[in-house]
Design a protein around this ligand. Structure first.
Ligand code: UD1
Length: 365
């Protein structure tokens, strides 16, 4: 059996690593294709190194562009690779442009596609990722969901139950594997209390007024506790456009962080403030309070069971929720079912044993 994995952006790398490792235990042949959607060393190479991923077999080097350019370029460059390499399965991960582009190429070539992290929905089509999720799930042949809500969403969209398998969360597989060594990567002299912030969604950082409000909320917050803000290149560009001068005494603006350094900061944080999907999940696993600067989430289980609170774009609400955390009033949360470090092994088993049996996927509560 030959499995070809397609990844392209930072959050894909921690998802593919444990799946490749689980498949290595069998005699499956594997090919790793990097689309090049993320290309900076600190957005890509450092993750390959820390996750112990061998360099990609193929790099499509598409780089940045508009959504149409980037998606189209990935399709044009990936198609001949799939034709030439003739995989039995192509695995795509998450919800980035590389995910949808690769699924579309394979569906048209009649090559079976499995979507890892299927079924998540924010029901907000202003998010490019939501379009990527819906398209990918409609054309994939095997939908590997991280949580029960994913199964319910897919069934409501008419996906055949026989294509759906709830396997758990592969990103948490990586977290569980690397947690024991992460503490060594914490910066020296961390304060006893601090907030860790990540922001990169277009809805938060592309709109100057919104970004200004966010920065002034962070400046307020930095008078309460120290704030560490590793900045995504997209956000960096917009901060420069605003003429934002950078770090203050207690507001530390940093470059994008490698996985282990970020995990080390996250596990000890007093509060995490984010608009990322993966960070909502990781903070739920770690039991760290998470305030999400979005109106909705495609990961509702982190709100229902975990430590996540949706704050939206309301900075007054953010201040109220931060105060609550600082007063010790926050959800302790619990770890969602099957976020147990073995999701990748379940995926490997399904791929190797075949997916002919109909699954009992149930319906989300
Ligand atoms: C993408 C994903 C998003 C994911 C995020 C994680 C889509 C639609 N979005 O968003 O779901 O949460 O990755 O980071 O796929 N850039 C660099 N260096 C890089 C990569 C990007 O400087 O290595 C800059 C470029 O200016 C680029 C911008 O960041 O135009 C945005 O990159 P892009 O890949 O288009 O989207 P992200 O915002 O990273």
């Amino acid at each position: 059996m030959h499995i070809l994995h397609v990844v392209g952006a930072r959050p894909n790398f921690m998802k593919v690593a444990p799946v490749m490792r689980a498949l290595r235990a069998s005699s499956v042949r594997q090919t790793l294709v990097h689309t090049g959607q993320h290309y900076d060393a600190q957005m890509s190479d450092v993750f390959f190194k820390q996750l112990d991923l061998a360099g990609p077999d193929v790099n499509l080097a598409v780089g940045s562009g508009t959504h149409g350019q980037q998606t189209g370029e990935i399709m044009i460059r990936l198609e001949p690779v799939v034709v030439e390499r003739k995989p039995d399965w192509v695995l795509v991960y998450g919800d980035v442009n590389s995910t949808a582009a690769a699924a579309l190429v394979c569906a048209k070539l009649g090559v079976p596609v499995a979507h890892v992290e299927a079924g998540l929905r924010s029901y907000d089509r202003r998010m490019p990722e939501e379009i990527n999720r819906v398209i990918t799930d409609q054309i994939a042949d095997l939908l590997l969901t991280p949580s029960q809500d994913g199964n319910g969403n897919l069934l409501r969209e008419g996906v055949a139950p026989s294509k759906i398998r709830m396997v758990g969360n592969v990103m948490i597989d990586t977290l569980i594997q690397l947690l024991p060594c992460a503490a060594r990567y914490a910066p020296k002299k961390l304060p006893s209390q601090y907030a860790l912030v990540t922001l990169h969604r277009p809805s938060n950082v592309d709109e100057p007024q919104m970004l200004r409000e966010l920065i002034s909320a962070l400046q307020w917050l930095s008078e309460e506790i120290e704030v560490f803000f590793p900045v995504h290149p997209r956000t960096q560009r917009h901060l420069q456009e605003l003429g934002f001068s950078g770090s203050g005494r207690c507001l530390r603006i940093l470059g994008p962080m490698p996985y282990l350094e970020f995990l080390a900061m996250q596990m000890q944080a007093t509060v995490v403030i984010t608009d990322s999907g993966g960070v909502q999940e990781e903070s739920t696993y770690l039991g760290v309070p998470c305030l999400t600067l979005r109106e909705n989430t495609e990961r509702p289980i982190t709100v229902e069971l975990g430590t996540n609170v949706l704050v939206g774009a309301d900075m007054c609400r953010l201040r109220v929720e931060v105060e609550k955390v600082l007063n010790g009033e926050f959800k302790r949360g619990q770890i969602p079912p099957l976020w147990d470090g073995h999701a990748s092994e379940r995926i490997a088993e399904i791929l190797i044993s075949g997916i002919t049996e109909a699954a009992d996927v149930g319906v989300a509560a």
